[in-house]
Structures are given as structure tokens and as C-alpha cells.
Design a protein around this ligand. Structure first.
Ligand SMILES: NC(=O)c1ccc[n+]([C@@H]2O[C@H](COP(=O)([O-])OP(=O)(O)OC[C@H]3O[C@@H](n4cnc5c(N)ncnc54)[C@H](OP(=O)(O)O)[C@@H]3O)[C@@H](O)[C@H]2O)c1
Length: 313
């Protein structure tokens, strides 16, 4: 049987670096399952490694994509009960391919009431949001969130409110996000409103930042010294300087917690995530045929996007 994958053999612009490659499927390893993919999203987290940000950790050639949903077509071991079920085949081979192999114990079963298009993006952003809120709690605090139009920030903001934040302010780049944020009970703030940003930062006890650059510097300068600044992304592609000893800056990356997490805790975390997703607003999706992946990546980069591009296999 043949499998087509999106492979990168060097680091660079995903649009020119990725290539569709077709090969015969190798036999399934012991303890693994094989999943026929249905949908996989295009996230910042998929594109950044292709560009070379983590080149020291990635062995080339590599298959792109970190998450998605599909149906188990083959098992090797004592997991025949999974055949035909929907799972997230996570932490195995890259997900931007027609068939994904992953360790059976790390495949996450999808509850019947969760649609494929939501399940496909139930990992990176919801998991990161849930974990950051656990590590850096917000109860009774004023919270400030950047790149507020993004999926990850959307979950952070909604769940911060549910967890008892005193207020949640979301800084957005494209005005199209303002109305939706307000509807979620999040105070929208334009990234061009520097006076407003300084004012919001001056009272923020917790900041979750995915932009970096001058926005992060402005916030850090204005924040209370006993605040926490959590940097979890660099969408501006610009680093930021830390000019004061306080507030404390924390660097969050989901991968730093995975190796130490037993499979049982990993599975348990999803019980919470499915529940949270059932009760949250998620962005809409646009489905793009897998073979039109350049179009999906181009769409990912369009400013003011309100839908998440999903590769459809
Ligand atoms: N550290 C971790 O473990 C971890 C885990 C998950 C996600 N993340 C990070 O979370 C961030 C969001 O990911 P996502 O998948 O949720 O994104 P997404 O839903 O695809 O949305 C991307 C958003 O980024 C905004 N954006 C792009 N460039 C920007 C810039 N220069 N300044 C301000 N905003 C910019 C866009 O804003 P407009 O529409 O307004 O133009 C868009 O709302 C990424 O940085 C990702 O790396 C980190």
C-alpha cells in the first residue's frame, strides 16, 4: 500500500521546502497502530520547525505536522479493539501524510460527540492553554493575552475567565477579532493602542504572550514587578529584551513536559480537554484538499483570518 507524505529534507520556507513524496508503507512496528488520516490543521507549531527554529532537535528528512484525526486501520499487538475507531495519532510520525503510525498507548480515542473538525485540533492549542493555566493560575487576577485572535489565545482567554480571572484583556492585530472577543467576555484591545496597552499591562498580574518583539517589551516595561510574564510564542519573529529583573519571565513549551508525563496522565489530560472543548467557542475551519497544501499554508498566513485551515485527506 502507498502513502503520500509532506516531507522536508532541509530547513526553510515551508512553501518551497516541503515536498509531496509517495512510498510503500513499511510494516507496522510492535505496539503501534496505523491511522488513515481524515483532517490535520495548519498551526504555527507545524510551520515553525520546518523553518528551522528547532533544527538541533529534528533529524532530517522529517514529515511535517503535529496533530490531526483519523481512523485506525491496522494494529500490531494487543490493541485490536482500536480497529475502526477514531483517534488522534499523536507523538508518532508527522501527521501531514495519508497514514500515520503512532504508539498505541499515546493514541487518544475521540468521544463520539466530538466532530472530526474539532478533534483534529484538540491537541496543541487546547493542551498548551490548559497546561499554562495550571502552571500559572489566574484566579482573582487581571490577565492580559496577546495575539488574541489565535486559537491558543482564544482558549486561554475563555478558560481564564472560567477559572476566576478578575478580568481578561485580549490584544489583537486585526480588527476583525474585536467583536468576537467582546462576545466571549474578553476586553478587546488593538495592538496599535499603545496607551491602552500600557494601561492594561500596568494592572496585569499574568500575561500570556505569543508575539514577542516590541509588544512584549512594552508590556514588560509597564507590568507590576510581582506579575508573571509567560512567553509561549514569537509570532512577530522578533525576540525581546528583558530590561528589568522583575517581573519574572517564564518560557513555556509543551514539549518540555511530555517526556516526563506517563501515558496514563497524558490520556487523563484529554478527559479534561474534551470537556473544556464541549463548553468553549472554537474557530471555524476551512477544508483544503491535502494535495493543495500550498494553498492551506498561504491561507494560514493571511492576516485577519478567522478560520483555521484543515488539510482534508
Ligand atoms: N509554546 C507552546 O507549547 C505552544 C503551543 C501551542 C501554540 N503556541 C503558539 O501559539 C501561537 C498561536 O498559535 P495558533 O495555532 O493558535 O495560531 P492561529 O490560530 O493560527 O492564529 C494565528 C494568529 O496569529 C496572529 N499573528 C500572526 N502574526 C502576528 C504578529 N506578528 N503579531 C500579532 N499577531 C500575529 C494572527 O493575527 P491576525 O489574524 O490578527 O492577523 C492570528 O490571529 C503561536 O505562536 C504558536 O507557536 C505555542
Amino acid at each position: 500500500m502507498y502513502n503520500t507524505s509532506l516531507v522536508y529534507r532541509c530547513f526553510g520556507d515551508p512553501l518551497t521546502t516541503l515536498q509531496e513524496e509517495t512510498a510503500t508503507l513499511a510494516p507496522l512496528r510492535a505496539g503501534a497502530i496505523r491511522v488513515k488520516m481524515r483532517f490535520s490543521p495548519v498551526n504555527a507549531s507545524d510551520l515553525i520547525p520546518i523553518a528551522g527554529a528547532y533544527s538541533h532537535r529534528i533529524t532530517l528528512p522529517a514529515i511535517a505536522g503535529y496533530e490531526g484525526v483519523g481512523v485506525v486501520t491496522e494494529t500490531n499487538g494487543s490493541n485490536a479493539n482500536l480497529l475502526g475507531t477514531r483517534v488522534l495519532p499523536l507523538r508518532g510520525s508527522g501527521t501531514w501524510q495519508q497514514y500515520v503510525d503512532c504508539p498505541a498507548e499515546l493514541a487518544v480515542p475521540v468521544p463520539d460527540d466530538i466532530a472530526d473538525t474539532l478533534a483534529a485540533r484538540a491537541w496543541i492549542n487546547p493542551f498548551a492553554a490548559q497546561m499554562m493555566l495550571e502552571l500559572y493560575p489566574v484566579r482573582g487576577k487581571h490577565v492580559l493575552i496577546t495575539a488574541a485572535g489565535s486559537d491558543c489565545a482564544g482558549y486561554l482567554a475563555q478558560w481564564a475567565r472560567l477559572q476566576g480571572a478578575k478580568s481578561v484583556t485580549g490584544i489583537y492585530r486585526s480588527a476583525i477579532h474585536a467583536q468576537r472577543l467582546a462576545a466571549y467576555g474578553i476586553a478587546p484591545l488593538a495592538d496599535s493602542d499603545s496607551a491602552g496597552i500600557k494601561q492594561a499591562a500596568a494592572k496585569a498580574a499574568v500575561v500570556y504572550d505569543a508575539v514577542g518583539g516590541t509588544l512584549a517589551e512594552t508590556i514588560l516595561q509597564a507590568m507590576p514587578q510581582d506579575g508573571m510574564f509567560i512567553s509561549y510564542g514569537l509570532l512577530s519573529e522578533e525576540p525581546f529584551s528583558i530590561r528589568r529583573r522583575l517581573p519574572v519571565v517564564h518560557w513555556f513549551h509543551i514539549r518540555n513536559y511530555l517526556d516526563a508525563m506517563p501515558a496514563s496522565a497524558w490520556q487523563q489530560a484529554f478527559v479534561g480537554i474534551w470537556d473544556q472543548l464541549r463548553n468553549s467557542q472554537s474557530s471555524e475551519v476551512t477544508l483544503i484538499d491535502f494535495h493543495q497544501w500550498q494553498q492551506a499554508i498561504a491561507q494560514y498566513h493571511s492576516a485577519g483570518r478567522t478560520v483555521k485551515p484543515l488539510l482534508a485527506f
